[in-house]
Design a protein around this ligand. Structure first.
Ligand SMILES: Cc1ncc(COP(=O)(O)O)c(C=O)c1O
Length: 435
């Protein structure tokens, strides 16, 4: 090329959650039955969408308005619905102008980081959902700046370390938190959220809180919305319908902006995100019309509660089965529908294997793990996939050097889930003890 055409941040854009599918597909072609525990899509895992929900959508499909563009920020009546849900309970008050709809939070995430000044950084958790860390790193053209979540302490943020890293890195302009968290399933207590807000206030930062899983909290855990603790600090809360309804194919999510007027630079930054959306015209119309009707439907609370109870039960099954494996750090999932296990230092090595009877499958895995730079947890994940069909994601793919993996609690069939967890437990033990 006459001039370089590759974006400065291109190499930061990796998404192992979907990459691993390519290997799973090859194994399926070779006859290995695969349990896909890698993607957080309840519908793909067999969640049944109730008829009353489908009836709401099919009624709207007959309405011509759903086929048009909507206002750039989103339908006014839907934003008014969200304002009414937020205001009260001591929450930071917002107006419909403080809400912007996007084509899913994936779209919101790329714009929120993409329109930050290149030298301004948002410190992200480690491990974290890679769409955040990769988009932030791509905007800066540099590796992510992160703070640790602690597997020895319920995967809570190490607040002392967060404060230290903010203090000594003047490029940090914002803090990301995800609550409930992907990939760890942690739910942060209100006191912890307040400590993060205090750090932001002390160092004149803004906060981004991804709260897409807010209504999927269980096991008696309590947390708060960012709006309840934010005080005067400028912030963005991210919300959406992909996980909760669940309707990920709708591509519908939104941001709520808190305290925009309290900082002129932050206000201008938010305006640039809105302008970017305006250039693009608007986001999907039909889901914005549908979801307030779904949330207000008399059957919705019981439907959501039933799903919450299933994740709660499965979080306990997984925790009970996996918690006592020597060398493995296990925390019970309390929200969202992911679980991350971390291997203790030195637990994995390059000699460990699992027995694979099919010679073609064995040959494929041996080729995949022959890369001398392969992360030990990725090596484990390939062997697990080939030997048991269980497809999980290496933890090192989530912006961390911790070795481990993430699985989901999304399997709707309890017998199948029990079998998968039992097989996983044996797979981990056999692999660790293999050498
Ligand atoms: C924490 C978090 N935020 C955002 C998203 C993406 O949501 P959307 O479907 O709205 O793009 C996900 C998807 O897994 C997620 O886990």
């Amino acid at each position: 090329m006459r001039t370089g055409i590759v974006h400065i941040g291109a190499q930061e854009l990796t998404y192992e959650i979907r990459n691993i599918i390519r290997v799973a597909d090859k194994l399926q072609e070779l006859g290995v039955p695969v349990y896909l525990e890698n993607i957080g899509d309840p519908v793909a895992k067999g969640e049944k969408i109730p008829d009353w929900m489908k009836e709401i959508v099919s009624r709207l499909v007959m309405d011509d308005d759903c086929y048009g563009y909507c206002p750039t920020q989103g339908l006014l009546e839907t934003r008014e619905f969200l304002v009414a849900m937020n205001n009260g309970n001591g929450h930071c008050r917002i107006t419909p102008d403080d809400i912007i709809f996007f084509n899913g939070l994936g779209d919101a995430i790329t714009k929120v980081y993409g329109f930050l000044r290149r030298t301004a950084r948002v410190i992200t958790p480690s491990p974290t959902y890679t769409t955040h860390s990769a988009s932030e790193a791509a905007h800066a053209g540099l590796p992510p700046v992160c703070y640790p979540l602690d597997p020895h302490n319920h995967w809570y943020p190490d607040i002392h370390e967060l404060r230290r890293r903010v203090k000594y890195n003047p490029a940090v302009a914002g803090i990301l938190l995800i609550n409930p968290d992907n990939p760890t399933g942690a739910v942060f207590p209100e006191s912890l959220l307040k400590e993060i807000v205090d750090i932001a206030a002390e160092f004149d930062l803004f906060i981004i809180a991804d709260e897409i899983y807010h209504n999927l909290v269980y096991n008696g855990q309590k947390t708060e919305m960012l709006a309840a603790v934010i005080g005067e600090v400028p912030a963005i809360s991210m919300k959406g319908i992909s996980k909760e309804l669940p309707w990920p194919g709708s591509r519908c999510g939104w941001i709520e902006v808190y305290n925009a007027q309290k900082n002129s630079q932050f206000e201008t930054y938010i305006q640039s995100i809105l302008s970017a959306k305006m250039v693009e015209v608007c986001s999907t119309t039909l889901p914005q019309k549908a979801f307030p009707c779904i949330l207000e439907h008399p059957e919705y609370p019981a439907y959501l509660e039933k799903r919450r109870l299933r994740y709660e039960k499965f979080s306990q099954i997984a925790h009970d089965q996996l918690k006592d494996i020597p060398g493995v750090l296990v925390n019970r999932t309390n929200g969202a529908f992911y679980m991350s296990l971390a291997f203790e230092d030195g637990c994995l090595n390059r000699q460990q294997t699992l027995s694979i009877s099919n010679p073609s499958v064995r040959a494929l895995v041996e080729e995949l793990v022959s890369d001398p730079h392969i992360q030990p947890d990725k090596r484990f994940v390939y062997y697990l996939l080939a030997a048991t069909g269980i497809c999980v994601v290496p933890l090192t793919s989530f912006n961390t050097s911790l070795q481990g993996f993430r699985l989901t609690l999304l399997e709707p069939d309890e017998d199948c889930f029990n079998k998968m967890i039992y097989t996983l437990r044996n797979g981990i033990k056999d692999y660790i003890n293999a050498y």
